[in-house]
Structure formats: structure tokens, C-alpha cells
Design a protein. Structure first.
Length: 198
């Protein structure tokens, strides 16, 4: 699939690369791997955007066909599938639709989790210092930053679904903790990616 960069906005051309992509000591093979990763991200974003556009333009059958085609194909495709099922569940408030959306969101979170950066235990404390936090954020690759963004979006949707299904105090506390975690995840791509991309 050929991806046109202008379809995604001008941010990609001027995007400062994070993590290993900016390392001047990397060899050509590593650069090629990073280029491939960026291309896959762009393809995923374009495919997800097309699917969401079809759904929002009331072309439901075409959107559903894309949902089946894009299963387990990438973070953004998984997130677009989850978003459509989330909107459907929230609009109908039917238990079956809510459960379907919830299961898809769990699958999306697993896909994102596989691409997230594994943080060291010491980073939990050093992140409290702004200078150290910026250094840690600079270690994230583009793929890891996008994984944090997708994870935050999926977790936020899951929190709202859980809140809608169970209005007990304990459930509301759990949902608020999930939303807090989303905020922490959003901070990472906001430092590593330009605002047009986030």
C-alpha cells in the first residue's frame, strides 16, 4: 500500500526523530529499519483514518469490511476498530455492544503494550525531576511514542465504558486511576512528537 504523506498532514516531514532514530552512530541497516517503522506507522495512521472517515460518513458496511480486514494488523488499525465499536456501544447502550467494545479495547491495549517502552524502576522516581524527565522522554523511539498515544486513547475509552457499565464507588475510583494513567501516557508523545502529530 502506497501512502501519501500529504494525506496525513505536513508534520511528518518536519518531525524531529526521537530515540535511536537521531543517533549519528547508527549504521545503514538500523536506519533502514527505522525508516520501515515510520512507513508502517504512516500506513497504519492512513488506514485507521480512512476507516474512521467511512464510519463517520455513515458508510457503515464499508467501515465494517475494513474492520475485518484490519484485524491484528497494527496499533492504529486496532485503535480505529475499538473507536468504532466504542461509539456504537455508547450510542446504543446495549450490553452486547458494550461488551464487544470492551473486549476489542482489551485487544488494542495488548497490541499497544507490546510496542511500549519498558521503563526501569528507577525512572519512576527520576521522572519527578523535569530535567531527568526530558532525558527519559528523549529515549523513546517514534514507535514507542505512538504506542503510548494509542494506549492512552484506548485506556480512556475503556475507562468510560467501565464507568457506564458499573456506577459503584469502587468502579469509579478504578476509572479515575485509569484516566490518571492516560494523562501520564499523553505526556510522553507530547514531548517527543510535534503537536500536529499528537
Amino acid at each position: 500500500m502506497k501512502v501519501h504523506h500529504e494525506y496525513l498532514g505536513p508534520w511528518y516531514e518536519n518531525q524531529p526523530k526521537t530515540g535511536n532514530i537521531n543517533n549519528s552512530n547508527m549504521n545503514n541497516n538500523t536506519n533502514n529499519v527505522n525508516d520501515d517503522t515510520c512507513e508502517k506507522l504512516l500506513e497504519g495512521i492512513a488506514e485507521a483514518k480512512s476507516t474512521i472517515d467511512l464510519f463517520l460518513n455513515n458508510r457503515f458496511e464499508e467501515a465494517k469490511n475494513r474492520l475485518h480486514m484490519n484485524t491484528h494488523s497494527g496499533m492504529y488499525q486496532e485503535l480505529s476498530n475499538s473507536t468504532i465499536l466504542f461509539i456504537q456501544g455508547m450510542a446504543t447502550i446495549e450490553q452486547e455492544n458494550l461488551e464487544t467494545a470492551k473486549e476489542q479495547l482489551k485487544t488494542t491495549l495488548k497490541a499497544c503494550q507490546a510496542n511500549r517502552r519498558k521503563a526501569a524502576i528507577s525512572e519512576t522516581f527520576t521522572k519527578q525531576i523535569e530535567k531527568s524527565r526530558n532525558i527519559i522522554y528523549s529515549l523513546y523511539t517514534d514507535e514507542q511514542a505512538h504506542a503510548e498515544l494509542c494506549y492512552a486513547e484506548g485506556l480512556l475509552q475503556l475507562a468510560f465504558l467501565s464507568m457506564l457499565q458499573d456506577e459503584k464507588l469502587t468502579s469509579l475510583i478504578k476509572c479515575s486511576l485509569k484516566i490518571r494513567q492516560c494523562y501520564k501516557c499523553y505526556r510522553i508523545p507530547s514531548h517527543g512528537l510535534p503537536r500536529d502529530a499528537v
